[in-house]
Design a protein around this ligand. Structure first.
Ligand code: ATP
Ligand code: MG
Ligand code: FE
Length: 343
């Protein structure tokens, strides 16, 4: 089976082609980061318009790279939600146009399911069941994944997502948007322990987390600094921030491993591209003789490949009758808010 995946939930237009026989065949991505940078964040209306400009061209690009024609497609997978309504509408309009024209099913994919299944594109790939830590720009969740399509929320942040904390810290340090990679690079040059920041809820007897207090302690540190321009001081602050985030995430992940007795862990979402976090979690999980998996580096942030992978996994989990029914039931719908547990 050949599935085309389309992602347009936020500020990345992503398209990819995946095969049930040979895996990921081709993919293409256009990121709008430069366009939104001047505003310090994503401007929804600009995002929608840019998806319109890019989506069809990226589909053509992927089909050409793969050397395959559209008539060979068995299904189109598209991010149905959650995300920006206008941005989601663009990807869905393109996906359904292709679906109608070719009389093939259109599968609405949950964006976070896509992030989790991006780990399946790694080699070796994780088997079900696993424990998942999803750390992205809008979410920080710990989930129990029994099998494809079954996501049980065990804990999450009560306020800011980890990625949001990275982005806000970057802003306070005068670094460009999105801040994650910049804060990470600056932290590399800093010394651990030079500046200690709060680790909210690290000892709470549950899997809940909080990152907004950490942002406040970064703000306080910047305001009370003798010389906030000093490079060594800035690097130490970035290091203190990264250490605090990674400590909290590691503590909660280990607690979840103990509580669920699951030894296999998947870490996904944009922040899972973070070098320090990968090293810290890998060490913590291996100490417990667990196995840890991440998506390939370039598939941690939003992309079409993860949506294609989730769509293919859904098709493969269906019976022949269910697949036939799907051809008649591909309803056009976007879900800007859509809890993963309701899948
Ligand atoms: P969501 O998936 O929750 O809807 P999103 O799609 O905006 O949100 P992602 O694309 O998964 O989020 O990830 C973007 C986030 O990842 C940003 O907050 C960004 O700063 C962060 N990020 C990306 N690379 C890194 C990195 N190397 N270190 C830390 N954070 C990073
Ligand atoms: Mg993005
Ligand atoms: Fe995302």
């Amino acid at each position: 089976m050949l599935v085309l995946g389309i992602e347009s939930s936020c500020d990345e237009t992503g398209v990819a082609l995946i095969s049930s026989e040979t895996g990921l065949i081709a993919d293409a991505l256009h990121t709008q980061i430069d366009m939104h940078r001047a505003y310090g964040g994503v401007v929804p209306e600009l995002a929608s318009r840019d998806h319109i400009r890019r989506a069809v061209a990226l589909v053509d690009d992927v089909m050409a790279k793969a050397g395959r024609s559209r008539s060979e497609l068995d299904a189109v997978a598209v991010t149905e939600g959650p995300g920006l309504a206008g941005a989601l509408l663009v990807g869905n309009a393109v996906a359904h146009a292709i679906g109608w024209a070719l009389e093939i099913p259109v599968l609405g994919v949950h964006h976070l399911e896509g992030h989790l299944l991006a780990a399946k594109l790694s080699d070796p790939a994780p088997e079900f069941p696993f424990l998942a830590l999803l750390v992205s720009g809008g979410h920080t969740q710990i989930l129990k994944v029994e099998r494809f399509g079954s996501y049980k929320l065990l804990g999450e942040t009560l306020d800011d997502a980890a990625g949001e904390a990275f982005d806000k810290t970057a802003q306070l340090l005068g670094l460009p948007y999105p801040g994650g990679p910049h804060v990470s690079a600056l932290a590399e040059k800093g010394a651990s322990g030079a500046i200690e920041l709060a680790r909210p809820m690290i000892h709470s007897p549950n899997l809940m987390m909080s990152f907004s207090g950490l942002k406040t302690s970064v703000l306080t540190a910047v305001q009370s600094a003798e010389n906030p321009e000093d490079e060594t001081w800035r690097a130490n602050l970035a290091r203190g921030f990264v250490d605090a985030v990674t400590d909290v995430l590691a503590a909660k992940l280990i607690r979840a491993m103990k509580e669920t007795k699951l030894e296999r862990v998947v870490v996904a979402g944009g922040v899972s591209a973070n070098k320090q976090l990968r090293a810290r979690l890998t060490d913590a999980v291996r100490r417990r003789r667990g196995e840890i998996f991440f998506p390939p580096m370039r598939l941690c942030t939003d992309n079409g490949a993860m949506i294609a992978a989730a769509g293919l996994a859904r098709l493969e989990s269906m019976s022949e009758a269910e697949r036939e029914a799907l051809k008649r039931e591909s309803a056009f719908r976007v879900r800007p808010r859509w809890p993963l547990e309701t899948l």
